[in-house]
Ligand binder design. Sequence first.
Ligand code: C5P
Length: 220
Amino acid sequence: LVAGPLAGKRVLVTSGPTHEPIDPVRYIANRSSGAQGTAIAAALRDLGAQVVFVTGPAQAARPEGVEVIEVETARQMRAAVLAALPVDAAVFAAAVADWRVASEHLSKIKKTKGALPVLEFTENPDILAEVAQLPEARPRLVVGFAAETDDVVAHATAKRARKGCDWILANDVSPATGIMGGPDNAVVLISDEGAEVWPRMAKAEVAARLAQRIAEALMA
Ligand code: C5P
């Protein structure tokens, strides 16, 4: 029997980057390490939650004691997320690629003298927005992230409204902060109560604090 304030609650966490194929050997990716999402999954588990962890191809070691679903592309992540519903709460920490190559080449693109390949892009599904706006299976609490480099609170507040999620954890990822890929995070929690600035702390502490807040929200 699992004890803790989240015992009996099922929560979903997305994490890591996505890889969007160009051809069988090449892909588009981003620098997400999966560190913050992994820490959040572990913190929710530590409070007793049953955690479904949907991760792209991230460096971070997979958390123990959670259900891990490995995906590669945004479309696979969307399918895995929808299949994991219903959940009580969902945290979207993945850095999902905004675009994918419109027509993936089924064989390797050959190097041809004098002819450069041209890639055309198409938009990926916005998993957070879709889940936050589900008419029936919407989780009670939907949490998104917003990585911003300027006007953090204003941009994140607008993003929260646009996506329809309950909370946005906004972080300043300008290069000078050293947050991207680093051990610390400095976040602002945006909710319908406004913006709450958290001090800079280790990603594990951000995760513990968020998990605690999620527990309080689900108990309310
Ligand atoms: O719009 P933007 O990518 O800045 O929003 C970030 C938030 O939306 C993150 O929580 C991220 O996990 C989520 N997201 C998503 N699916 C996408 C793009 C972003 O779930 N295609």
